[in-house]
Ligand binder design. Sequence first.
Ligand SMILES: Nc1ncnc2c1ncn2[C@@H]1O[C@H](COP(=O)(O)OP(=O)(O)OP(=O)(O)O)[C@@H](O)[C@H]1O
Ligand SMILES: [Mg+2]
Length: 457
Amino acid sequence: MVNNPNNKLLIVEDNPGVRKQLKWALNDYDLLFAENRTEAIEQIGTHSPGVVTLDLGLPPDPTNASEGLAALEQILAINPQTKVIVVTGNDDRANALQAISLGAYDFYEKPIDVDVLNLIVTRSFRLFKLEAENKALSEKQQSPGLTGIVGASQQIQAACRMVEKVAPTLATTLVVGESGTGKELFARALHHLSPRRDKPFVALNCAAIPENLLESELFGYEKGAFTGATKQSKGKIEQAHGGSLFLDEIGDMPVSLQAKMLRFLQERYIDRLGGQAPIPVDVRIICATHQNLEQSIEAQRFRQDLYFRISEIDIEIPPLRDRHGDKVLLAQFFLEKFSKKNAKHFRGYTVSALKKIDHYAWPGNVRELENKVGRAVILAEGQTIDVADLGFFSDDAETTEESLSLTLRQAREAAELAVIQRVLTVHNYNVSQAAETLGVSRPQLYNLMKKLGINHG
Ligand SMILES: Nc1ncnc2c1ncn2[C@@H]1O[C@H](COP(=O)(O)OP(=O)(O)OP(=O)(O)O)[C@@H](O)[C@H]1O
Ligand SMILES: [Mg+2]
């Protein structure tokens, strides 16, 4: 147990009698002691105990709480996750409350009642361990490449698992989805989870570049290849050598260039414009499009053979309106992100705003939600974000009691869904293990999954 920080309890107490009493009362834990602020900070730095009991009356002036409160602030600055229980003299509520407002987890008044103190300490350790487990769980789920992809829905979790599977391979991958669904985010995740993560990720938007420039952008040119080619230039394909090339909006690539692209995919050599010899390039290709390529093939705007080449693996990102539970989750995520960025603080959304977020069809998908929340954070004047702050008309939202309870239920379901999906993913959809982690029985978990529309992976 000695090396388990979860079981380490630091007792900061200057009175030897009380120290002895505490030592006896709390002998289930791996105890550490400090008599003053300096010693306490040393112990925190060396041992990172999970829980601290802190006497507020410390030397040099034990009749005054200032030294204790200063110690509290320092401890939490070093280890914010530590649960600090402040111990005060009798009738010292004011200091106890100040300590709580500074971040202490609980307080306890002398004289010491062993049973009560033990209860408080046990509860503090339980919370500390839960928080640590939760942190470990989300770190495990959010492998570095997938950080920033928020979503509890079955579809997004499935897309994430697909990315994890495909990333280590060289397979050419096509990411399809409506505008703003997160295609580029997924393409980048694919690169960052691949062995090529330290090599370049080069992106080219085929729709944004005029047809006559796209070829030289992709393949590069030699000096003098055309008027204005005053020096040699490497194309995007070559720039991505060793890494990944992201061809965004591939559906908009002119048919004339599609043949040349296909040849590159088959042979893995490029010819710079005006070049003499083909140059071998090692690159992983990731494509994205919001178009329906099958329709484009039928309309002869897209070559079928190129389609087969680029879609060795397909990853489909569904529109936001179809992702059960993700809208509210993303709204919270963006609220936090933009509040931090703009140094603002909100208590959250109003019930009608949440309802609107959940019911609105989001034609611009995640990008639209992100923009609306970003704007609301800048413009909102109240403590909560309301429907109008999001740029909707207030009378769009119903505020009947029925809608209120509906929204609360939806909020609860979204939260449940998020946790369950995450735990299921971590356990690779092993329901028994997931049930154990979640602290419910297997049948209970099955029922919940059924209720929330989660398939078995
Ligand atoms: N699941 C998600 N979690 C967090 N942020 C997301 C998620 N999906 C998309 N975003 C954010 O939404 C914005 C749009 O995403 P992205 O640019 O990847 O979409 P896209 O499908 O490439 O859009 P377009 O078709 O318009 O190019 C980005 O700012 C992205 O970071
Ligand atoms: Mg994009």
